[in-house]
Design a binder for this molecule. Sequence first.
Ligand code: GGG
Length: 359
Amino acid sequence: MEKTYKIAVLAGDGIGKEVMPEGLRVLQVAADRFGIKLELINFAWADCDYYARHGKMMPDDWKEQLQPMDAIFFGAVGWPDIVPDHVSLWGSLLKFRREFDQYINLRPAQIFKGVRSPLSGPPDIDMMIVRENTEGEYSSVGGTMYPGTEHEIVMQQSVFSRRGSDRVLKFAFELAKTRARKHVTVATKSNGISISMPWWDERAAAMAANYPEIEWNKQHIDILCARFVLKPQSFDVVVASNLFGDILSDLGPACAGTIGIAPSANLNPERKFPSLFEPVHGSAPDIYGKNIANPVAMIWSGAMMLDFLTGSSGAGRAAHDAILEAIRNVLATGPHTPDLGGTCSTTELGMAIAKQVAA
Ligand code: GGG
């Protein structure tokens, strides 16, 4: 019997609630067209409203509830008027990444016709940022001494494990093998961060030795950011630690015109746990409630989910490609949301893409 994929739907906070219906609209249209069976299951938690009622972001048995799912479709998290951002993030999204061992955060950045890049050119941007997703600077290891006194001390460690570094580097080199340019850039800062980063460089060199067909280099994060702006077309696959990858994956799409279109896949490649698909952007409280958020990142994340669920073959790959084609067409002609210089609503843009996918 044909498999029905169980998808946990968590809209989260702010514009997550507005872009999610458009993500689901396009997901369902694509699934119907390509004969993929989905069961969409809503969970009314992992958001700050739940926190306001329960004093926590999620029920205690969240893991048992989500483990049977094939994937998690997530909107955005954060509503700082109710919950400090680090509390909401560590109480939901970062818990998923850690406890479901979603150690790869895959974040494409591409230039599309009709989307004006702030860079001159327009540059030809087509890169995949591979962000380490479970350790590094997001260690949560540290503490405070003498709190509230003039001698207050705050410390936080970065954590780089051999397993964690090797597996993300391997993923990046394997990914480069599948791409035309076959190039990997390793983000580092080994001139300044004198213990973990020289070691990270050594792990990268050891991994690269297994891939003689892949060209690679390492670049310090500061000049790498400058080159994202000055020469973004020179990047293919970029692999980075958790924090560096987070920064690069906002900068890359911003150079391509807007982070409103940037999707991400938080992957457990072994499929022992469900993987999570979400826009790169956050909850954007400043524009929530106006129905003007760009839904493309959510819609594209759905395309990545269909592709991953079906092992990048057959119907899932076809559905992914059809969604990308529809995004490409609609971005080229409009309608456009305000971040793209237009005046259309979140709903109108979602409906325009859904119509193209159905065609
Ligand atoms: N949809 C992504 C989201 O809600 N992001 C909030 C955020 O600040 N994330 C930080 C991170 O990904 O490290």
